[in-house]
Design a protein around this ligand. Structure first.
Ligand code: 5CA
Length: 160
């Protein structure tokens, strides 16, 4: 049987390799933004994991911030926790360092190990939903699983 290819399949494989039980759900409605994903999945917007890529102002290194869909990430807090000022990455930088296009960037399955900071507000939920490689695919996991599989440092990232 031919092996399915594509970015969603790469996320499926990463999920399996990490020992997660989650199944990727491909949907006919958009999950491109946190609001759309929440409406499509039928969960609260806070339960959507935004996978936001930042770039170290000095080093040029990538940083992945996993932020609750209801929060805006504070660049000041990111800098404080990461030890370097960080600005929003452009689309090419995101694709190069995560292997995925904006709108479908998952928290796992990247070609390189990324530094990860994780919004502690995500820990308040029983389950959360993250992008799975496309703007029409998500997977569900517990916040504890998200911490385990990303190695993310749980910190306060919320602006305002
Ligand atoms: N699939 C959804 C829910 S999981 C998703 O991927 N959401 S996200 O928040 O992780 O990714 C979209 C984010 O990418 C938006 O918050 C937006 O701020 C950012 N973004 C959108 N367009 C650009 C762009 N041109 N350059 C940099 N960042 C962008």
């Amino acid at each position: 049987m031919a092996k399915p290819s594509g970015s969603v399949q790469r996320v499926r494989e990463a999920i399996a390799a990490l020992g997660l039980e989650s199944q990727v759900q491909e949907l006919s409605q958009s999950t491109r933004t946190a609001q759309e994903a929440a409406a499509t999945v039928g969960c609260g917007v806070g339960q959507i994991v935004k996978s936001l890529v930042f770039r170290g102002a000095t080093s040029g290194r990538p940083l992945l911030a996993l932020v609750s869909g209801q929060n805006r990430a504070s660049e000041a807090l990111l800098a404080e926790h990461w030890g370097e000022a960080a600005g929003r990455a452009d689309a090419d930088f995101v694709r190069t360092h995560t292997g995925f296009a904006i709108g479908g960037v998952p928290p796992v399955g990247h070609p390189e190990k990324l530094d990860v900071l994780l919004d502690r507000d995500l820990l308040a939920f029983e389950v959360v939903w993250a992008a799975a490689g496309s703007p029409f695919a998500v997977f569900r996991l517990t916040p504890a699983e998200l911490v385990r599989v990303t190695g993310g440092r749980v910190v306060d990232l919320k602006a305002g």
